[in-house]
Each structure stands twice: as structure tokens, then as C-alpha cells.
Design a protein around this ligand. Sequence first.
Ligand SMILES: Nc1ncnc2c1ncn2[C@@H]1O[C@H](COP(=O)(O)OP(=O)(O)OP(=O)(O)O)[C@@H](O)[C@H]1O
Ligand SMILES: [Mg+2]
Length: 255
Amino acid sequence: MAILIDSLSKFYGSKEVLSGLNMQIDSGQIYGILGPNGSGKSTLLRIMAGISQYDKGNAIIENIEAKNNPIEIRRIVGYVPETPYLYESLTPMEYFGFIGSIRDLNRETTERRTRDLIKAFGMEEYSDQFIGSLSFGTKQKVSIIAALLHNPKVLILDESMNGLDPHSAKIFRDLLRSLANDGATVVFSTHILEIAANVCDRIAIMKDGKVMAEGKTSSLVAEKNLEDLFIQLTSSEDIKMVVNALRGSLRNEST
Ligand SMILES: Nc1ncnc2c1ncn2[C@@H]1O[C@H](COP(=O)(O)OP(=O)(O)OP(=O)(O)O)[C@@H](O)[C@H]1O
Ligand SMILES: [Mg+2]
């Protein structure tokens, strides 16, 4: 078992944002976490990455308890946050060199992996420009490459495919699959249901800090299309009613 989430709860002030969550993720799996805005995806992923603490239950990553061992967790995990924090006044090459040194990689390894990943993502022409001057998607690639440099056992991605063009997204998907085939575990959140259906071995759908449904992607999508299932599980109101009301109010505005 690569990741075990056991009755995990987290509070921000008096608000319980994760609520007795259970999840098991096997090694070599690509695991997708879906859920509406505010359902707790990023909070859960930050805990898995050893960046956030929790209040009850446990999060065990590769047999290491996240609560007391954030440094060990960060060593085995590669994490791409929802909003990457990058040093805008460095170039990607300088930044990867810096990440390689804090990850204790030798220079040749850093250079080889950097070169291969820059080539794979087709960002050679940007490697010596200031990160601050790069487009959103190119910054996203910088953040992804930085998370992959130390060849992590567990890769955690928070909506990291949003900014990628179709070509880069395809390369990234293939890369995730080959990492998983080599035994790495990939956990990612996304709002793009098509990506989840095409990429993930298993999917969890969250709402209000709880898991509403979990299972093999093939069985979840066999029952229903994923969008219908998502909406059925995560909406408190009838979507058609909401859409009709919206249409009505827009019509009134235009007259
Ligand atoms: N630093 C924080 N302080 C207080 N509340 C927070 C903090 N971070 C998240 N929350 C709250 O925790 C809940 C879950 O937020 P989270 O960011 O995990 O949701 P999410 O599922 O990732 O949403 P999105 O789809 O918008 O990215 C929300 O109610 C949010 O307001
Ligand atoms: Mg989020």
C-alpha cells in the first residue's frame, strides 16, 4: 500500500474541512480525486505531501506517518501545488539546479534529468529565460519538472494539467503512465472529468471533506457517464432547476 488515509480529519478554526476520510492507494496506481470547489482536495493533497498537518486519524505515505515525519515525506514525494511558487527571477535551468542541490542530487543526474524533461515538454527555447516572463502553462511545466527531478516514489499533482496544451498534456499523461508502470504512485486532482476517466485507474469523488464514491474508473464509468455521476453525488440542488433559473434571469436582464 503506497498511501493509507485512515479516518483523517482536519479543521480550519472550527470548520471541519476533512471529515473522517478513508482512502487506500496501491503502489503503481494513478489515482484521481474529483470534487467541487472547496470539497477538500487541495487540503488532502497537501497533507499527503507532508506540507499540512491534520487533527485526527492518520495519513501514512509509503509506511511513514505524515504527522511526525514531514521531512521524510517530502523526500519521497514530488508535489506540484495548485499555484506553483517559483522564483521568478531565476531561469528554469537555474531553478532546476537549485532544486537538484536541495534534493541532494549530483550535478550529472540533475543535468541529465533536466535535459530529458525539458526536451519531453518541448521547452528548450524557454530554459534560459526568466521564469517571471513565462506563460502560465510553461510555468506549470517548470513546476512539474521540478517535482520529477528526484524521481519520487509518490507524485502528487494538484490540478496540474489545467494550463497544458493538448500536446504537452498527452506527453504528461504518457509520462505519468510510464512512471506508474515503473512502480511510482500518482495522485492528482482535476476538474476535467475526461482526463480523470482517461488517465486514472481509480477515482474518488469528494464533497464537504468526505468521499462520496470511490472505485475503479472502469466500473464507475460503466454505471453512468462520469459527469452525471459527479453531479448526482455532489450537488445539493437539482442542476436542471438551477440552469433554468439562470436562463430565466439572463433572459430578463436582456429585455
Ligand atoms: N488556509 C486555509 N485557512 C482556512 N480555510 C481554508 C484554508 N485552506 C482551505 N480552507 C478551506 O478548506 C476547505 C477546502 O478547501 P480546498 O482548497 O482543500 O478545496 P478544493 O477541493 O481544493 O477546492 P478547489 O476545487 O477550489 O481547488 C474550503 O472550505 C476552504 O475555504
Ligand atoms: Mg484545490
